[in-house]
Design a protein around this ligand. Structure first.
Ligand SMILES: [Ca+2]
Length: 194
């Protein structure tokens, strides 16, 4: 699956007077089908006192790379690997693909593993309307603790009625050279009962 999209089956939406098909897992990303480059992932680096630099994942080669890695995945044979060849100062954000949402309460889960990092990252979730305008920011929605073994991260949140997109990113305030973050097995689904 190239993109993370939340799309309830139209047929299910038409049932039950607008009740959402809450039990249906919507979509996920296990990185097993990534052939060459990660599509729709990107990163933003904000060096102190300088303009932020935004690039798609495949365009970063220094001071970090974002690739599908075939070693030591959480599931299967591939995971996302964000690896720093040089020290980073300032904020650096790994931007997930945009999520289209149409449920009021959502659960986002993924597994993360780190190496060479001694501080927590911040998972942030921004809500936007259909035009992309930001409606609400959930900064540090979840603290992602460093861990050299795979650890599950879970975010649950209610999104506003005008929200149709979520922008999810993992942020670190500086990174040492040699630091690595792996991500695997992302799932997004409505919380049952909504
Ligand atoms: Ca995998």
């Amino acid at each position: 699956m190239r993109t993370l999209r939340l799309a309830l089956l139209a047929g299910m939406l038409s049932l039950g007077a607008g009740r959402l098909a809450a039990q249906t897992p919507i979509e996920g990303e296990d990185f097993e089908n990534v052939k060459a480059q990660l599509v729709d992932w990107s990163a933003t680096w904000q060096p102190a006192g300088e303009p932020a630099v935004y690039r798609p994942a495949a365009k970063w080669d220094s001071p970090f790379t974002i690739v599908a890695d075939s070693a030591d995945a959480h599931s299967g044979n591939q995971a996302l690997k964000w690896e720093f060849s040089g020290e980073i100062q300032g904020m650096v954000l790994l931007n997930f693909p945009p999520l289209q949402v149409n449920a009021t309460e959502l659960e986002l889960r993924f597994f993360v593993k780190t190496r060479g990092i001694d501080k927590a990252g911040r998972l942030a979730v921004d809500e936007a309307d259909s035009s992309g305008k930001r409606l609400k920011s959930n900064w540090a929605a979840v603290l992602v603790q460093p861990s050299d073994s795979w650890t599950e991260v879970v975010w649950r949140g209610k999104v506003g009625g005008d929200t149709s997109r979520l922008r999810v990113f993992l942020a670190y305030d500086g990174m040492p050279a040699g630091a690595t973050v792996w991500i695997d097995d992302i799932t997004v689904k409505p919380v049952p009962g909504n």
